[in-house]
Design a protein around this ligand. Structure first.
Ligand SMILES: *Cc1c(COP(=O)(O)O)cnc(C)c1O
Length: 239
């Protein structure tokens, strides 16, 4: 797989999807989901124009940071399941933690950020498909969690993230993306004092990012369309 070529292709697809939806292509940020990729591949993606890298596992994040593999990227995000006993390895080391789905984790991030004297940007992860196996809060819990984040001094809520159910059927996730968009609008409206901070709606992956863009995504997280298929693995289990 020629990563540089794939980066160009994905960026072009993002551009076209944005224009087709009557949106500015610049409104949408590509977050490269770099799990299981080597330092060299990450560097190649950044050289080809990737500005944001999203890491799924704490161990990989720590290793790539130590190797300075993200040099030249504007931001590094954490997008995977985060256990509270590992927040120390993530808070203050990434620009955005996208996968905050519980009050418990939120509090652990707040405590760690406060200890470091920093403000940690976060997204709330919403389990929009209400799947038992998935992380994220239930849609009806999102507002209360957002308020809780808002009251915390060392955490800044930047928006919402979702991973809808895996589906092979084209277009199957559009209703979930639409529901996320509505939740995003509602939360911004209800938290109007902070609406200028709440700007990120992260949804859409290799199989469906065009649909997500049509429904209002401001960030898409793309892995296999950039890097090729991954070897089978225990995806989305604790890192
Ligand atoms: C791996 C991953 C992605 C990208 O998945 P692809 O289908 O390979 O594009 C997006 N979001 C999260 C949280 C991931 O772990």
């Amino acid at each position: 797989m020629d990563v540089s070529q794939q980066v160009q292709r994905v960026m072009e697809r993002i551009r076209r999807a944005a224009l087709a939806a009557g949106r500015e292509p610049g409104e949408i940020t590509l977050c490269a989901a770099t799990k299981v990729q080597t330092d060299e591949t990450i560097r190649a993606a950044i050289a080809a124009g990737v500005r944001v890298c999203g890491e799924n596992r704490v161990q990989e994040l720590v290793a790539h940071l130590a190797a300075d593999a993200y040099a030249g990227a504007e931001q590094v995000h954490f997008i995977g399941h985060l256990q509270t006993n590992k927040v120390k390895q993530v808070v203050g080391h990434v620009d955005l933690i996208q996968s905050v789905g519980s009050a418990h984790l939120l509090q652990a991030i707040q405590n760690q950020a406060d200890k470091q004297g920093i403000i940690q940007d976060i997204l709330l992860e919403v389990n929009i498909g209400r799947e038992e196996s998935k992380g994220g809060c239930m849609p009806q819990e999102a507002e209360a969690l957002a308020r809780q984040a808002m009251d915390m001094g060392a955490v800044r809520l930047r928006g919402l993230m979702a991973i809808p159910p895996v589906s092979a059927q084209p277009g199957a996730n559009r209703p979930y993306f639409a529901a996320m968009r509505q939740l995003f609008i509602d939360i911004r409206q209800k938290m109007s004092d902070n609406e200028n901070d709440i700007i990120c709606l992260s949804m859409g992956m290799s199989g469906d990012f065009e649909d997500a863009i049509a429904e209002g995504a401001t960030m898409v997280r793309v892995g296999s369309a950039l890097f090729g298929p991954r070897p089978p693995m225990r995806s989305r289990l604790p890192s």
